[in-house]
Design a protein around this ligand. Sequence first.
Ligand code: ZN
Length: 135
Amino acid sequence: MKALKLDHVGIAVESLDEALKLYSGLLGLELKGTEVVEEQKVRTAFLPLGDTEMELLESTDPEGPIGKFIASRGQGVQHLAFRVDDIDAALAELKAAGARLIDEKARYGAGGARIAFLHPKATGGVLVELCERKA
Ligand code: ZN
């Protein structure tokens, strides 16, 4: 497989409103939109920046992945997302190569993207997301 670009940087925040004061207010990024992703128990905000985006993630449930992340590690960079053109092929290739995956099959993320995570224990502590989107 071949990663095409850094699709977005996922940042866990306690409050989207507070985080937007920094990213939108002080740093001048434009807020493209917000979305609740029920399956992930998060409310997200997307802020395009050049050829990539910042994805702010606020937990809607302490038991969700972002709630647990903040409880154990605090706010901060949570994942890096790499764009691929065919996530099914990429996952099959990674699996065949013996890579550890959290998601063996792609699921839906914010913005209608198809996403899957690699296991951070096998990627040097960086949670890597693969992301396929038609845009
Ligand atoms: Zn993401």
